[in-house]
Design a protein around this ligand. Structure first.
Ligand code: HQG
Length: 183
């Protein structure tokens, strides 16, 4: 598979496993899983044929580790980022003292009014590292890095979850826990 094909297939898998399973004629169970066989058959039916080896390669090498196999290898799901209703069944975990969120300057007025909202996703996505966060923000405009006082939030009763691929997830970040950079 060329790098281009790999990226295209990975985007198609994100679409199918997070947002529109019907595009590949599959269904997801309540925790977001689907059978690998079912997925391969559905991709072929949608004229996006891939082999099991290609699927394994994408799961293994995907930069953000977006997809995971079940321990027995029979099922596959996206580790986070869904828009359809799934319960990924992550347990609450203690976050590091600070977490980061990359956004765009054009959203700042609204964030200053409402805090961080989950918008179309199931959670607000936070990162323990600043490196990727600026890229995440840059997808929306001029990037800006917000610092979240995560431990202080847990003390106030907010539950944090960590996806299999290391993204920190929370329902909402109220304004008082957000540190804004001086622009
Ligand atoms: C912003 C990627 C106005 C929020 C990344 C963000 C991430 C507000 C946008 C994952 C707001 C939502 C998620 C408010 C938040 N007013 N705007 N009150 N509160 N926003 O794409 O965090 O490639 O849903 O700052 O690695 O950008 O999909 O979220 O800019 O983990 O695997 O509303 O997507 O992973 O945008 O990105 P998104 P995100 P994948």
């Amino acid at each position: 598979m060329s790098p281009d094909q790999t990226t295209r297939t990975s985007k198609f898998l994100s679409l199918v496993l997070r947002h529109q399973p019907e595009t590949a004629h599959i269904t997801l169970d309540s925790a977001g899983w689907t059978g690998v066989e079912e997925l391969l058959r559905g991709c072929a039916q949608a004229r996006r044929s891939i082999t099991r080896e290609q699927l394994e390669y994408i799961v293994e090498t995907n930069a953000k580790k977006r997809f995971e196999f079940s321990p027995d290898g029979a099922r596959i799901r996206a580790s986070q980022g869904h828009s359809i209703q799934v319960d990924l069944a992550y347990e609450p975990q203690e976050p590091p003292e600070l977490l980061y969120h990359g956004t765009a300057t054009r959203f700042l007025d609204s964030i200053r009014a409402k805090g961080l909202l989950k918008m179309e996703r199931h959670h607000v996505h936070l990162s323990a590292e600043t490196k990727v966060t600026m890229q995440v923000g840059a997808r929306h405009g001029k990037p800006v890095l917000l610092t979240i006082r995560a431990i202080a939030m847990t003390a106030a009763g907010h539950a944090f979850y960590r996806s299999t691929n290391g993204v920190w997830l929370v329902e909402h970040v109220p304004l008082e826990f957000i540190q804004f950079p001086e622009l």
